[in-house]
Design a binder for this molecule. Structure first.
Ligand code: FE
Length: 353
């Protein structure tokens, strides 16, 4: 992880290397390919989820990365840095966050036929400012022992009194839940979405503590029977070699893709994505990197190590992901979800989710 100070050092080091390179070139009279390209990334994604892609790209191209992990405060930081930001590429999760950054006018419009061909239109910005790189479904996970296979079919069902005292979720204002609720606002309107949120909160087994995986652990411990979860967490729990107790949490639950019935709208999905800063000093290299991430290699690593769904329809999902079954995704453009994020937050505040 790199601090601001490290970045300053990096810039100085690059400048020195460049001076040396110019000296070498004038000495030999030829320009070799010795100049190393470095790309600076600001990421709100955990380092361990981004590093595998970076390592593979470095091995293939020699391009190296400096990555600054920003769990919070990405927008504020970019505002304060302005044009002087050392960042080239911004990587983040959740459409509302991407859209928020886009509205700040910081992204370059990237004209890349490769990105347009690799990424379906519904998962990238119309103005080419940001690009979805993976998708994840926010599904229900249910207790294998205490929930029948046809007991839960739709997101709407979670507001039914049948589930009273049986639901665990993380806090509503987390971007994952806010986006889920925003999709409901887009489909059903604010009133119906509010009513649903009230029903959900009334059915909760406890006030929301912890993250998605903590809810699966609560199902394992018998505290509740159903939770909301992003799909990749299931894979990360099931194959967790460091925290092996998480394998037990995964064994205690089953994934339910929601709203799959005939004529129903399909399962809510969200994206992770990236954009390139308008002020980037490494624009061409950054475009090539995003093109690679959206291509066969990048997409396969995302899928096999992070258990995320490829956005590129020509790349097959990893075996583990495929074993969860196929589903029909909600066709609502992700930008519509971002548009309703404020309304969703208002509902979350009102209902105390
Ligand atoms: Fe996550």
């Amino acid at each position: 992880m790199m601090t601001r100070i490290a970045m300053t050092h990096y810039r100085k080091a690059t400048k020195q290397a460049l001076i040396m390179l110019i000296a070498m070139v004038s000495f030999t009279g030829s320009f070799g390919s010795a100049e190393a390209t470095e790309i600076n990334i600001y990421s709100s994604r955990s380092p361990e989820l981004v590093q595998p892609m970076l390592d593979a790209y470095t091995a293939e191209t020699g391009v190296t990365f400096n990555i600054l992990y920003l769990a919070k405060g990405m927008a504020q930081r970019l505002v304060s840095e302005g044009e002087a930001s050392p960042a080239d590429v911004i990587m983040t999760v959740d459409i509302a966050r991407l859209s928020e950054l886009d509205h700040m006018g910081i992204f370059a419009a990237v004209d890349s036929p490769i990105l347009r061909s690799n990424i379906p239109a519904k998962w990238r910005d119309d103005d080419h400012h940001w690009f979805g790189l993976t998708t994840r479904a926010r599904v229900a996970v249910v207790s294998i022992d205490r929930v029948q296979s046809d007991e839960l079919m739709r997101l709407e069902d979670l507001a039914d009194p049948r589930w009273q005292g049986r639901i665990c979720t993380r806090a509503g204002s987390h971007p994952y839940n806010r986006a889920l609720l925003a999709s409901l606002v887009a489909h059903l309107g604010e009133d119906a979405a509010t009513e649903w949120a009230q029903g959900l909160v009334a059915n909760m087994a406890r006030k929301p503590p912890g993250n998605d995986r903590a809810q699966a652990s609560a199902i394992f411990a018998g505290r509740c029977d159903v939770a909301l979860m992003n799909t990749y967490y299931y894979g990360l729990m099931k194959h967790n070699l460091e925290k092996t107790e998480q394998q037990d949490w995964a064994k205690a639950v089953r994934i339910v893709f929601l709203n799959q019935g005939d004529g129903d709208r399909g399962q809510h999905v969200n994206i992770t994505g990236a954009g390139i800063l308008d002020s980037s000093q490494n624009y061409d290299a950054s475009v090539q990197f995003l093109e690679w991430l959206s291509g066969p290699k990048g997409q396969s690593i995302y899928s096999s190590i992070n258990y995320e769904y490829p956005v590129n329809p020509r790349v097959m999902p990893d075996e583990e992901i495929a074993s969860w079954g196929s589903f029909r995704a909600d066709d609502l453009p992700v930008s519509d979800i971002a548009d309703h994020a404020d309304t969703a937050q208002r509902i979350i505040n009102k209902t105390g989710w």
